[in-house]
Design a protein around this ligand. Structure first.
Ligand code: BES
Ligand code: MN
Ligand code: MN
Length: 464
């Protein structure tokens, strides 16, 4: 890997300039207004794969945003690594909280990134991390050190539930056949504490509507006699968690796997300082399910959170109105062995049941996803471990994370391959928030580490 590493060192600045160009394309998948930019980003990724030396590069059409494919088959007898990532990003709002425009990347220093970080939407999630793979691949090919076959599948709908990726995978099982899937779309504990993600939570996401009177009413004329949907919705939502912050939906915990004491003890050994955590978030106290630590609450326990709530008058000044409708978007993060469809069903039945007769309730399910836990006694995990140990000079710690990448469970079912979650972000990188950033250290560390993954993985597969 000597030549590869030398190549990376030599082309550092160009790699960054290219990533900046990708970050300038506002590929927001949630907003149809950005459709053209989403396609531009796909074309950009395809072009960069071609320039890096990939074959059969294609912008594959789907019912939604295109999926970029590319491959390098060096020898059919060698193992094949499928790299997955996404070029779509979350909406940048709220815009006024960005200290520099979201699609005009700049390098700024921050407390955790004294060497500078790239500030832009998608810098960490996931353009910056996906682009590390393109550059690592380029470096290995240019140095004649690619030890295996590589396939790329970079999608454009991850942030909106990957609704067309399942169909694409099922229709292309031969094209996508591989020994392992490599994903950089997660985080490490700290820049001096590498970790490998061994679990992701699942997701059930619903939108609720509470309807009271058939029109908005004068809150003086009718107030007190007619149900106010916002008051009712607030009550219904608060009843979903009890005093111990446990979710009250009957059956919600039925399938939750109990994590053993020794595993919990180990999990809590990971470096974590609650004081720093609180300070970073500007909160005086943490809050969560009784009987669990913060690290456990965000990894092995399920949650219920309101993501948005609206209704009535929210404009300037005061308008006295008793609104006809109230709305909320609610997400539930799931853990093994909860089933997203079953949880959505339980939620829907419960929410209908607790609604008073004075209102009507409608629950609309959105995308969901299954939780995942990956084993550590596999060649792929061991290869990631050795690769990170090599470049960080420190053994990585296995860590279950709270976020979701719904497609990971599906990959295993459809492609029969396990995923390695070797991400390089930090939890404090503000993904999905204003001022998202990605450390230069992290970007380059990723590019340096990925070639070692290929190296150790191929070596281990050969020995088997
Ligand atoms: N990359 C994130 C998931 C993530 C972030 C995992 C940090 C672990 C650590 C991904 O892009 C994401 O945001 N996923 C969504 C789910 C999707 C269905 C919208 C999420 O977790 O909310
Ligand atoms: Mn992501
Ligand atoms: Mn995301």
């Amino acid at each position: 890997m000597q030549k590869t590493q030398a190549y990376i060192a030599q082309h550092k600045q160009r790699f960054l300039d290219e990533l900046f160009d990708l970050l300038r394309i506002p590929s927001v998948s949630a907003d149809p207004a950005y459709k053209g930019d989403v396609r531009k980003a796909a074309e950009f990724v395809a072009d960069s794969l071609r320039k890096a030396g990939a074959d059969a590069v294609e912008v594959c059409e789907t019912a939604g945003n295109p999926i970029v494919y590319g491959e390098k088959i060096t020898d059919p007898d060698k193992p094949t690594v499928l790299v997955y990532g996404h070029y779509d990003v979350q909406p940048p709002d709220p815009m006024d909280l960005w200290t520099s425009p979201p699609f005009e990347p700049v390098i700024k220093k921050s407390e955790l990134h004294p060497d500078g970080a790239i500030f832009a939407r998608g810098s960490c999630d996931d353009k910056g991390q996906a682009y590390m793979h393109v550059k690592a691949f380029e470096a290995m090919l240019a140095s004649n050190e690619l030890p295996c076959n590589v396939k790329f599948m970079i999608e454009g709908e991850e942030e909106v539930g990957s609704s067309n990726l399942g169909t694409f995978c099922r229709a292309n099982t031969d094209k996508l056949s591989c020994d392992v899937i490599l994903i950089s779309d997660t985080s490490i504990i700290a820049n001096d504490t590498p970790s490998i993600t061994v679990g992701l939570r699942g997701l059930s996401y619903v939108e609720v509507e509470v309807v009271g009177p058939n029109r908005d009413l004068h809150s003086g004329v009718y107030g007190g006699a007619v149900a106010n949907p916002i008051n009712i919705l607030s009550r219904m939502i608060s009843s979903l968690q009890d005093e111990e912050n446990r979710i009250t939906i009957p059956g919600f915990y039925d399938d939750v796997a109990t994590v053993g004491d020794s595993e919990r003890a180990k999990m809590n050994e990971a470096p974590f300082d609650e004081g720093t955590y609180k300070k970073d978030l500007g909160i005086a106290a943490v809050r969560g399910e009784t009987g669990y630590t913060t690290l456990e609450r965000v990894s092995i326990r399920p949650t219920l959170d309101v993501n948005g709530i609206w209704g009535g008058y929210t404009g300037e000044g005061a308008k006295t109105v008793l609104p006809s409708k109230a709305h909320a978007k609610i997400s539930m993060r799931l853990v093994p062995h909860q089933d997203p469809d079953k949880v959505t069903q339980l939620f829907t039945e419960h929410f209908q049941r607790i609604a008073p007769p004075s209102v009507k309730v409608r629950v609309t399910p959105h995308h969901g996803g299954e939780p995942v836990v990956t084993p550590t006694d596999t060649p792929e995990y061991q290869a990631a471990h050795k690769a990170m140990e090599k470049t960080f000079g420190k053994a990585p710690i296995p860590k279950r994370e709270g976020g979701s990448i719904p497609i990971v469970a599906l990959f295993e079912q459809v492609l029969g391959a396990k995923s390695v979650l070797m991400g390089f972000g930090l939890d404090s990188d503000a993904i999905h928030s204003p001022n998202e950033h990605y450390g230069l250290f992290n970007f380059y560390k990723g590019i340096e580490t990925i070639p070692y993954f290929y190296h150790y993985y191929s070596q281990m597969k050969e020995e088997r």
